[in-house]
Design a protein around this ligand. Sequence first.
Ligand SMILES: [Zn+2]
Length: 381
Amino acid sequence: MKCIINGRLVLEDKVLDSHAIIFDEKIEKIISEDEINVNDYEVIDAKGNLVLPGLIDMHIHGYLGADASDGDADGIRKMAEGIIQNGVTSWCPTTMTVSKEEIEKAFDTVREVKNSGEYYGSRILGVNSEGPFINEAKKGAQAAEHILKPDADFIKKHSDIVKLFTVAPEVEGALECIEKVAEETDVLISMGHTDASYEEAKCGIEKGVRHTTHLFNAMTALSHRSPGVTGAALSDGRVSTELIADTFHVNKGVFALVSKLKGDKLCLITDCMRAGGMPDGEYSLGGQPVFKEGIKCLMPDGTIAGSVLKLNEAVRNLYENTELEIYEAVNCASLNIAKVLGEDKEIGSLQEGKRADIIITDGKFSVLSTILGGEIRYKGE
Ligand SMILES: [Zn+2]
């Protein structure tokens, strides 16, 4: 049995000092430090740093040169090992709007790696299929030639591995698709890459849309006479929203507004592409060239193409630019996402009975150590 002492424990609703967290594969107990005998445990000294639940990235395409759309098992393993250094203990490899054959190959690859259990890093929850049922008018960095008409049977066929997918509710066949997927599967339906009006977005929500792919980016904006998809997502309590909090995709001035409106329905994502964790230079996304410079990734025509954000940095950006308490900012990258994905009985917070997915960070959320299912999987300098 292991035990973390001298940490500031970030629970779902408070920060707890002078308490120890005792765990094996699961969290056994959170208990006052006065009540434990350290000789009974393998002790980890957090040295006054923050102890957080492992983070969950539900929307990440690539890292360290690999991309989930490549359909390469070693690439998936490489990503899983890379993001654990950023404190991410669970994730959804995310496919792009590439050809249907490539998407299915990518699904098969993730299924194979996940089911084999033969990977060392961050736990795979299932695929996030970004598209291919989107609107060309808001394709962003997705390839127009691979956009397909919404097809519920395609999602049903892969519902064992697909956790969520993106659809534009206004395109032909979308409402039928949304209704069928909502009735017949547990797959989370996200609106995104959409040119819908507010009214069209609300129709989608009535049929079963419950999530929003990177709020603000690649969707109709909020204006007072035309609230758009952004207005529908912000105002409807049934709908959770993703946010790329890199301060570039979304100006930090709206972080507080979004967190006030969405509360525990706000989900931080990275939308990271294969240039994540790599030096500046030329990379590719969905078969198209992308240039990385600092925190920016742009296509030759200037279109923003994914990010190189790390999820722990997203927490820092949110925390530093809002009035949120530490635990509220952390929930946006852990518990809120676990709830949205139906995984909160197992993961998402430091709670007795949940998996011991635990990270230790400094006050700026730089990761010092990552523990996955009770095992130390990363230790920084
Ligand atoms: Zn994406």
